[in-house]
Design a protein around this ligand. Sequence first.
Ligand code: PEP
Ligand code: MG
Length: 763
Amino acid sequence: MKEMPNVLWLEEIKKEDIISVGGKGASLGEMTSLGLPVPKAFVVTAQAFRRFLVETGIEDTLFRKLERLDVDDNGALESVSREVQDIVLSVEIPDQIREAIIDAYARMGENGEVVAVRSSATAEDLPEASFAGQQETFLNVLGDDDLLDAVQRCWASLYGARAIYYRAKQGFDDRGVNIAVVVQELIRSEKSGVMFTSHPVTGEPLTIVEGSWGLGEAVVSGSVSPDNYVFDLRSERVVDRLIAEKEIMIVPEGENGTKVVKLTPEQRTAPVLSDEEVARLATLGKIAEEHYGVPQDVEWAIVGDEIFILQSRPITTIRRPEIPRAGAEPAPEPAAALGVVLLEGQGASPGIASGRVVIVRDVRDTSTIKDGDILVTKMTNPDMVPAMRRVKAIVTDEGGMTCHAAIVSRELGTPAVVGTKKATKILQDGQVITVDGEKGTIYEGAVEAPAPAAPAAVAVAAPAPVITGTLVKVNVSLPEAAKRAAATGADGVGLLRIEHLILGLNKTPGWYVEHGEEEKFISELYSGIKTVLDAFPGKPVWVRTLDAPTDEFRNMEGGEVEPVEHNPMLGWRGIRRDLRSPEQFRMQVEAFKRLWAAGYSNLGVMFPLVNHPAEFVQARAMMKEWGVNVENVTLGVMIEVPSSAILIEDFIRAGIKFASFGTNDLIQYTLAIDRNNEHVADMYEPEHPAVLRLIDHAIKACREHGVECSICGQAGSDPDMVAWLVGHGITSVSANIDAVPRIREAVARRERQILLDAARRNA
Ligand code: PEP
Ligand code: MG
């Protein structure tokens, strides 16, 4: 390393400098050279760090300690890490380096007094290696002393236990790993968000901008539903906007932190961006996209009139391969470079996340889970939902795309891989892994993905401005997901699974009956459903009555009395259980009645697992007896047992107002393939001719009699299946939150094809 200064300004950074400034510094430098408005920053170079080690005389002691360390000995790892960090922190920064930093800081200018100090580690032999998230970042740093202290702490963090372990496992020699530190003006964003420079699903030239008030963390973490703007790069105008109800913003607080602030009623519903701001952002996004040659996922912030670009990275959700433009840099290989593959399963919920493994054998183990850990278990249970909310990713041994873990993870926007068969055996507590919920792969170590998990942003990213004749609805299980679901622009909720809501209470419905606490149950149910209805004003919301197999109830309070069944999938669940447990059914009906009385006429009720029209007739009669005006409300059934598809005409005669295919069950009951059993998962075939024939038969009958016919099983999130269903005349489809944009696209494409074919035939 020769003659590299201690400090480099972003403007001075060239591509080759990655080894001196790390990946983060290099990327900020590159964006600056494109003329993008990146907040002012300088980088304390890797060479400055190296000189610090040499000139203070600590280098040899430090590396000797590391060389002797067995990283698999946890105790030794922790104590050597502490010792080495203490050494780095105990010496004075040599004068020359100290002056260079203070000098540069003085030149940051008036606005640059408060800075963010971020680590950017770099490996000599593999400059592109990413050590993201393993070293420290300090926000809100002010004054020379605090700045120097923050820089020194970043240096020390290169020897955090996790970082040492990761490098050892990846075969990096500590002597060849350095650290640069980015000192950047802290942007106190008044508004911020992300933008996809092209449509994240179809790749069309539509820039999707999401924005909310305050720091971008709110959007990236999914804690607010942001406004969503679509800018058409061809016509150069905003072609769609969805102003979300934003409840909170995140603002900087204290030394290092942030806090959540409630928004005023005016801010909540006010548009975050003007058309002019959207256009300016889209223009900047275009510059990045053209430079990198692939659509970008860009983080932005606005203060007053000034736009800042904070980060730009390739979008990974576009499925079609992009053809790189002439002269452009080749696109980075997504995920291929992520590292050693430990395990594979089914990618059940998209997104990539890294963290520490916590193996959960029993719900009591969830107490050791910390925010940001990765939950590894045989199969999740409803009583694990609180823990599932806290983790960064979920991995299970069992299950397929429609198991509990898959459904809840998609809803929470948490990456998940299910059906790995042996995760709980192969992975170890405390081990750091990376989960790719799209590909279904688990990698060793914490590896930065080309586009880190920002599931919420992806999920609400793309309400493509397409109107479809076939309604495109969304499935919801947790009320907290309602806003994200609504932000997709879906035409209603085709399935609200209330058992997830009830099971989250951790007491069985029977417990409430037994303890005379029915009112509590009813009001919980009322408010959970109301949250979803409120997010979809004027749009149909089909709430399904309870459908939890006995094994899911067993771990809850009151679950001791649940019968043990040989095959709970074929057992006491769905409408058959409600009909024989009138107290349980009645509590649900009471909640519906109150909602109808409160004016929510868009609430429809759907009965699960019906296998004979008599069940529908009986359920309706019970509702009538309890005071529901059954003629005036919307009651329908799930078609998820072959018998109900075969007898569809009898159901229609019995008076159903709609039918919805629960293909998750319909497939398992038609093919005798347990949907939760990974040993037969490869035989679980949604497009099996018998399944398609049943569906086709039911659609035809519904069309003939003018009854709405829909789908809410997982197959409704598969574009090919949906195209087939539209071709066969389905009237609506309901998809998972993350799938709504691509399903809308598939529906639109198929509908246009049908029109085109008809026009050609008539020509
Ligand atoms: C289905 O069976 O397709 C369905 C939507 O219901 P669940 O997945 O809750 O059984
Ligand atoms: Mg079902």
